[in-house]
Ligand binder design. Structure first.
Ligand code: IMP
Ligand code: MG
Length: 200
C-alpha cells in the first residue's frame, strides 16, 4: 500500500470503533467517536507516569475513585502508576427532584482508609458543572490529608464556580454529552472501550 493511501493508526482505530459500536450499543446510534481506545490508553499512560513522579519515595499516595463513572479510568490509571499507592472509592450521588440536580451531593460510600497525612488524588471521570467536586473536596480536606489533588479524565471547561482545579486532566473535552469508558447515559454505554458523543 502506498504511503499516501495508508491509513494512520489513528484512522484505523476510529474505523474499528465505528465498525464495532453497534454490537456494544445494540444498534443505538452514536453521534461520533470522540476519543479512540488507543488515544485514551496513550494519555492514561502519560498521566500515570506524571503522577508517579509527582511524589517523594516515602510519600503515602491514595487514589480515591469517584464511582461509578471513574471505574474504567481508575482501573487503567492505577496500572500505569509505577510506584506504591493505595486505592479506594467514594460513591456520591447528586439528588434532586426531576431532571435538575438540587446541587446537593450525598455520600453513599465513604472510604474506610485513613486520609490524615496521606497524599490524596481524587479520580473523576469528567468535570462538567463542577458541583460534585465543589461539594466533596471540602469534606475530604477536613480529614487533614498531606495534600489533595484531582485527576480528571475529561474536563469540559464550562464550570463557572470551580472551587478546586484539577492538577491532572486527560483531555479538554468538547461540550457534548459523552459516553463510554465509564461514562453513562441512564446507565447505558459505560462499557464502550472508546468515548463517543450522543446524537442531540
Ligand atoms: P458535575 O458535578 O456537573 O461536574 O458533573 C460531574 C458528573 O456528572 C460526572 O462525574 C458524570 O457522572 C456526570 N457527567 C457530566 N457530564 C457528563 C457527560 O458528558 N456524559 C456522562 N456523564 C456526565
Ligand atoms: Mg454519572
Amino acid at each position: 500500500m502506498k504511503a499516501e493511501t495508508a491509513l494512520s493508526h489513528r484512522d484505523m482505530e476510529y474505523e474499528e470503533a465505528e465498525r464495532e459500536f453497534p454490537a456494544y450499543t445494540g444498534g443505538r446510534p452514536l453521534q461520533r467517536i470522540v476519543y479512540s481506545a488507543g488515544e485514551i490508553g496513550a494519555r492514561v499512560e502519560e498521566l500515570g507516569e506524571e503522577i508517579a513522579h509527582a511524589y517523594g519515595p516515602d510519600d503515602g499516595v491514595l487514589l480515591v475513585g469517584l464511582l461509578k463513572g471513574s471505574f474504567v479510568f481508575l482501573g487503567d490509571l492505577v496500572r500505569c502508576i509505577r510506584r506504591p499507592i493505595h486505592v479506594d472509592f467514594l460513591v456520591a450521588s447528586s439528588y434532586g427532584k426531576g431532571t435538575t440536580s438540587s446541587g446537593e451531593v450525598k455520600l453513599l460510600y465513604d472510604p474506610s482508609t485513613p486520609m490524615r497525612g496521606q497524599h490524596i488524588i481524587v479520580v473523576e471521570d469528567i468535570i462538567d458543572s463542577g458541583t460534585t467536586l465543589n461539594r466533596l473536596m471540602g469534606s475530604l480536606e477536613a480529614r487533614d490529608p498531606a495534600s489533595l489533588e484531582i485527576c480528571a479524565l475529561l474536563h469540559k471547561h464550562v464550570a463557572k464556580n470551580l472551587e478546586y482545579e484539577a492538577r491532572w486532566i486527560g483531555f479538554d473535552a468538547p461540550n457534548e454529552f459523552l459516553v463510554g469508558y465509564g461514562l453513562d447515559h441512564a446507565e447505558d454505554f459505560r462499557h464502550l472501550p472508546f468515548i463517543a458523543s450522543l446524537p442531540t
